[in-house]
Design a protein around this ligand. Structure first.
Ligand SMILES: [Cu+2]
Length: 492
């Protein structure tokens, strides 16, 4: 055999094996594709039921026929004399030109992404008329962290149908709990949030606990493939005078945990997910991690000389400078904030009185193809089924594969312990708990808001790959359906 022939043969061999690898890759991709379709696109699912296992079909049928059954649709905000605040929001496809010159084919509320900041006062009735101009798949608005009645939760296929082009839907609820929240579409949420359908929702307290010269809500956002802060690509500059106190309401609307540092000034974390921390201590050279969906309210006193800076350690676009003068020296944080020992416990904490009516364990798992809770995905996961008035313990464990910020709709829950160690500081109430590898959190939830509530990872990619389930109240039904037939796909 000549050298030429050997070379050709070797080439042929390499060619054949490349072809084989390619075939395997194509085969695997097609398999994963159909697997995903099977998981994500059932034809029709009633999220109030759990009909997919023979054992529970009987139960679902029972709760359906229960004399006390009530439709989610009829669960609305009670009428009262609350002052009314009205807003109009139109969802539309809008090309946006960012401040760096980049053009993004965004989906917007009122032509903006983020959408308009909605700021109301505790106790007001919020009325938002949503119109969809031309988002083909339909849109909704979910009020992340806000405790609303079931009919107002904005989850396509659970609490309403997606609002199709030319249609409208009016949300109305009482803003009963002050704090920092946000809103986003919960129709195909992983797609629609990234396309831009989100914004800030702030409920100011009737009587402020803190005085601040400025109160600024800052949304960390990924619009398409571009990182923006309140719509800006190059960071935010918040003017202010030396000695001014600034309340910064930081919201992470991205899918990624942001590791934040604060430079140039000591600060306090006065609220988590909108809920006040009791006697928050002063933090210095201390960083914090804000999980997807979470909010941190910071109180920062501007230094006598130079600026204070709040920034993300892994994302240069998320850089907020406050005040005037020179930038502080960049430093890595020496310590990390922990919710386990921050602030002070309450003198008469009702926590001592807790007795659980039911306990649930949720194990969050992830591999290349699928995200699971207790080994199952989507509607295959049996719902947490509760009765009104019950006290519930939910233990959430991250079994690895990444950060899973776990969000429960319609409730705030209290964090009791981390990795078995009870919290030592202020009570911590959240609607989204960031769980990292091998961490386990024990949560306490009072079932005081009858309805059908999604509970899912707020890395919306993870939710779209199966890490999404329901917390249902016994006897609550819905006329809406998830699936390809209705077109309602809340967490695609
Ligand atoms: Cu996750």
């Amino acid at each position: 055999m000549t050298g030429q022939q050997t070379k050709q043969r070797r080439k042929l061999k390499i060619g054949m094996s490349s072809l084989l690898v390619l075939c395997i890759l194509i085969g695997a991709t097609v398999a994963v594709y159909f697997w995903q379709i099977r998981l994500q696109k059932p034809e029709e699912i009633n999220m109030a039921e759990h009909m997919h296992h023979a054992g529970s079909a009987a139960h679902a049928a029972h709760s359906q026929s229960s004399a006390q059954s009530v439709s989610c649709e009829t669960l609305t905000a009670e009428d009262d004399d609350a002052p009314v605040r009205e807003f109009e929001m139109t969802a539309a496809q809008t090309p946006i030109k960012l401040d760096n010159g980049e053009e993004v084919k965004a989906w917007t509320f009122n032509g903006l992404s983020p959408g308009p900041e909605i700021r109301v006062t505790e106790g007001e009735r919020v009325v938002v008329k949503l119109r969809n101009k031309d988002i083909d798949a339909g849109v909704t608005i979910h009020w992340h962290g806000v405790v609303v009645p079931c009919s107002q939760d904005g989850v396509a296929g659970v609490t309403q149908d997606a609002v199709k082009p030319g249609e409208e839907f009016t949300y109305t609820f009482i803003a009963s709990s002050p704090g920092s929240y946000w809103y986003h579409s919960h129709q195909m949420s992983s797609i629609q949030a990234e396309k831009g359908l989100l914004g800030s929702f702030i409920v100011e307290p009737k009587e402020a606990e803190y005085t601040a010269a400025q109160d600024v809500a800052v949304l960390m956002q990924k619009l398409g493939s571009t990182w923006i802060l309140n719509g800006k690509t190059g960071g935010l500059a918040i003017p202010g005078n030396p000695g001014d106190t600034v309340r910064l309401r930081l919201t992470n609307t991205t899918d990624d945990t942001q590791k934040m540092v604060v430079e140039g000034a000591p600060y306090r974390i006065i609220a988590l997910d909108g809920h006040a921390i009791h006697q928050p201590g002063i933090l210095e050279s201390t960083g914090f991690k804000i999980g997807a969906g979470q909010r941190f309210d910071l109180l920062i006193e501007l230094p006598e000389q130079g600026k204070a800076v709040v920034r993300s350690e892994q994302n240069d676009h998320f850089n907020i400078s406050l005040g005037q003068g020179a930038e502080p020296i960049r430093v890595a944080s020496e310590r990390q904030f922990s919710l386990t020992d921050y602030g002070a416990p309450l003198a008469n904490d009702p926590i001592a009185e807790i007795s659980f009516d039911q306990s649930f364990e949720l194990k969050l798992g992830q591999n290349l193809f699928v995200n699971t809770i207790n080994g199952q995905s989507f509607h295959e996961i049996p719902p947490i089924l509760v009765k009104e008035g019950e006290e519930i313990r939910i233990t959430v464990t991250n079994e690895g594969g990444g950060d899973h910020p776990f969000h429960i709709h319609g409730h705030r829950f209290r964090v009791l312990s981390k990795n078995g160690e009870p919290l030592k500081g202020s009570p911590v109430y959240l609607d989204t708990i960031l769980t990292q590898d091998d961490e386990s959190y024990e949560l306490y939830l009072i079932a005081d808001n009858p309805g059908l509530w999604m509970a899912h990872c707020h890395n919306l990619q993870h939710a779209s790959m199966g890490m999404s389930m329901m917390l249902n109240y016994e006897g609550v039904t819905t006329p809406y359906r998830v699936g390809t037939k209705s077109g309602n796909l809340p967490d695609l």
